[in-house]
Design a protein around this ligand. Structure first.
Ligand code: RIB
Length: 319
C-alpha cells in the first residue's frame, strides 16, 4: 500500500502540537478487584505523571520530536511536578496554563494479569477552552501535526480540528477515552483517526466482535471522510484503512506486565515517525514496536523508551 503522507512534508525542525490532558496517575497494583464492601490489601503502589495528552507528548519528545503542549494544570501540589516533568522531557510549556481548580488525577488499578481499570477526574483539564487554544494559534501554526484526545472539552477538540484545517496542518485524533457525545460529523475531517476497538464501536454504533466487523466499522469512518483510519487491536496489531486500501500490521509479541498507557505510547511514536519521515506505514510499524516495548515495563510514562533505548529494542528485534 502507498504509505506516504503528502500532508507531512518533512522539515528540519518538526514540531508536534499536543492539545490535551495531563493527569497524576495513582497506580495501585492489585491481585484482584475488591468486591463491594470489601477491603483488600494491594501489594504495591506508584505515583507518576500521566494523562493521555501528556503521555503522547512525552513519548514523541523522548524519541526526538519537538513538542508543544497545550494543557491546563491545577493550583495544587501536583501542578509544579507536572510542569517540571514536561520540562525534563524537553516539552515546550508556554501553554501549560495554571488554573484555579484541582489538577487532573487518575486512580488506576492493575491486576496480576495486567488488566487495568482507570478512573479519571479531569479537574483543570475540563477547563481547557477554545479561547486557550486561540491564544496558542501562532505557535500551533508552526507545527507539522496536531494531536488530540478526549480528556478535554469536546468543543476544544472541535476547535482544534477547525484550526488544523484553517492552518493546513494535519490533525490526528485519538478518540480516547470513548465519549458517547463525540459527533462523527465534527471529526470526520481528521487526517488520522486512531481508535481502539471499543472507541471504534461507540463512534460508529457498529459491532466489533470479529475482524470482519472491525473492517466494516473502520470503512464507515473512511467513507465518512477520515483520510487514514488506524485501529489499534492490542496484541492482534493495527488495521490501517485509507484511499489506497487496507492492511493489517501485526503487533510485536511481548510479555505484558502493565499495558497502561500503551495506546499513548503508540500515538506518541506514530506521530514522531510520521512527522520525521512522512511514511505512514513505517510510523505504524515502529509505533507497534514502541507500544509493545512499553507493556514490558510498569507505569505509563515510566515505561516509554528514549530514542537510544528504542534503537536498542529495534536492533534486538532485527537480530
Ligand atoms: O492512557 C493512559 C492514561 O489514561 C493514564 O495515564 C491516565 O492518566 C488516563 O488519562
Amino acid at each position: 500500500m502507498a504509505s506516504r503522507c503528502d500532508c507531512v512534508p518533512g522539515a528540519d525542525d518538526p514540531r508536534i502540537a499536543v492539545i490535551g490532558s495531563n493527569m497524576v496517575d495513582l497506580i495501585s497494583y492489585i491481585r484482584r478487584m475488591p468486591h463491594e464492601g470489601e477491603t483488600l490489601e494491594a501489594p504495591d503502589f506508584a505515583m507518576g505523571c500521566g494523562g493521555k495528552g501528556a503521555n503522547q507528548a512525552v513519548a514523541a519528545s523522548r524519541l526526538g520530536s519537538k513538542v508543544l503542549m497545550v494543557t491546563r494544570v491545577g493550583n495544587d501540589i501536583f501542578a509544579e511536578n507536572t510542569i517540571a516533568n514536561f520540562r525534563r522531557n524537553g516539552i515546550d510549556t508556554t501553554y501549560v496554563l495554571p488554573t484555579d481548580a484541582t489538577s487532573g488525577v487518575a486512580p488506576i488499578f492493575v491486576d496480576e494479569e495486567s488488566h487495568n481499570s482507570i478512573l479519571i477526574i479531569k479537574g483543570a483539564n475540563a477547563l481547557l477552552s477554545p479561547a486557550d487554544l486561540a491564544a496558542a494559534e501562532a505557535d500551533v501554526a508552526r507545527c507539522r501535526l496536531i494531536v488530540l484526545q478526549l480528556e478535554i472539552p469536546l468543543e476544544t477538540v472541535y476547535a482544534a480540528i477547525d484550526m488544523g484545517h484553517r492552518l493546513g496542518i494535519p490533525v490526528l485524533l485519538n478518540p480516547a477515552p470513548a465519549q458517547p457525545d463525540l459527533l462523527l460529523e465534527r471529526v470526520r475531517g481528521c487526517d488520522f483517526l486512531v481508535p481502539n476497538e471499543s472507541e471504534l464501536s461507540l463512534l460508529t454504533g457498529m459491532p466489533v466482535d470479529t475482524e470482519q466487523d472491525v473492517r466494516r466499522a473502520a470503512s464507515v469512518l473512511h467513507r465518512a471522510g477520515v483520510r487514514h483510519v488506524v485501529v489499534t487491536l492490542g496484541s492482534r496489531g493495527v488495521l490501517w484503512l485509507s484511499d489506497e486500501g487496507e492492511e493489517l500490521l501485526p503487533a510485536t509479541s511481548a510479555h505484558a506486565l502493565d499495558t497502561t498507557g500503551a495506546g499513548d505510547a503508540f500515538i506518541g511514536c506514530f506521530s514522531h515517525v510520521l512527522v520525521e519521515t512522512g511514511d505512514i506505514r513505517e510510523a505504524i510499524v515502529q509505533a507497534n514496536v514502541y507500544a509493545g516495548d512499553s507493556v514490558t515495563k510498569r507505569g505509563t510514562q515510566t515505561s516509554y523508551a528514549t530514542a537510544e533505548e528504542f534503537a536498542r529494542v529495534r536492533a534486538e528485534l532485527e537480530r
